[in-house]
Design a binder for this molecule. Sequence first.
Ligand code: LLP
Length: 383
Amino acid sequence: MKVSGVDLESIAEEFGTPTYVIDFERVRENYTRLNEALECPHVIAYAYKANHEPELVRMLALMGSGATVPSAYGVMLARWAGVSPDKVVLVGPSPSRYDLEEALRYGALISLESESEASVLEKMGRARVMVRVNTGIEAGAHPSLVTGGKKSKFGLPPRRALMLLKSLRSTMDVEGIHTHIGSQILSIEPFKRAVELIMKLVRDFGEVKVIDMGGGLGIPYLNEEAFPLEEYSDIVCDAASQVGATLFVESGRYIVGDAGYLLTRVNYVKEVGEEKWLLIDAGMNDFLRPALYNAKHRIIAEGNGPKERYLVAGPVCESADVFGEYYLPRLKEGDLIAIGDVGAYGFSMASRYNLRPLPAVVSVDEGRYRLLRERESFGRAIF
Ligand code: LLP
């Protein structure tokens, strides 16, 4: 099992399992593909919440990437990585005073999600702001990944957003309009509708410097078609160019998703009735997406002979700690497998649940590997 010329078994032997591996070459390829497709003045404000590994965000910053951050610590990390303030966006449905203060101090662009948030920020000083619009479009691969619609906590409906934008003209530097319609979207339609709606608001408001279309660009996890990048780029770039605005795209998953692997070993194989359980040493605390969204990720396993049906599950004492049904070569205790496409929302959503230390993180790049983050151990951070 090799990634970017590196044998995953040697990483597992040296650092143990479970361990996240990030293929930096793949990240650069993804970033470059997106950057080259966007043929208009733009900023790719990479969404740090997808994967905030410091070396990774620094590499992206060196390539020209901006940052979309959800908190004060995100602002600090972007500053450390060398991202200039004009490329940093702070956005979240309920930022703390501290989050807002740090963003204001650094000169980041703050996307406001309510009138109430705006009035708190007004008291702190004059900031560069946008307003986040809830387009009402319900897009996303799972109900938990949808951010639009009447029942969503995100942003403001278009008319209210417009009123807020107008009212902030005297107290703030109003730079633009923001939306983020959902995550893991593979079709172009929702983006088309969102752009139309945003453009109508832009015309009603007047001039804007920034149109921020958020992230949401999906990746094929199993056999889906790839994201229609050229079509997306045409639509969003046409819109921004029409009004002379800089386009912001806040991709996370598209840049790092397929660059991550979770190395894990088989602890036990257990047959009960019809079922054959492959009990691995990574669990929902290490990788939450299957338990939280029913997400299915590919599993890479080596071996000969016919494939067998397994239910793959982790060590956490929860029935939801199951990765799903897989057909894999025959496996035994100690064998190494890799869960694919875990570069986005993998380590960043890991927890210490079940008194389990956070896993190690290793980068691979041009045939070499390097430890980025040590596995936690008893007494270091886990209590
Ligand atoms: N911008 C904003 C305001 C966001 O809230 C997000 C993600 C992004 C950009 C980046 O979205 P992306 O391009 O990665 O789709 N934990 C879930 C995904 C939650 C996304 C949260 N917001 C998952 O594992 O699928």
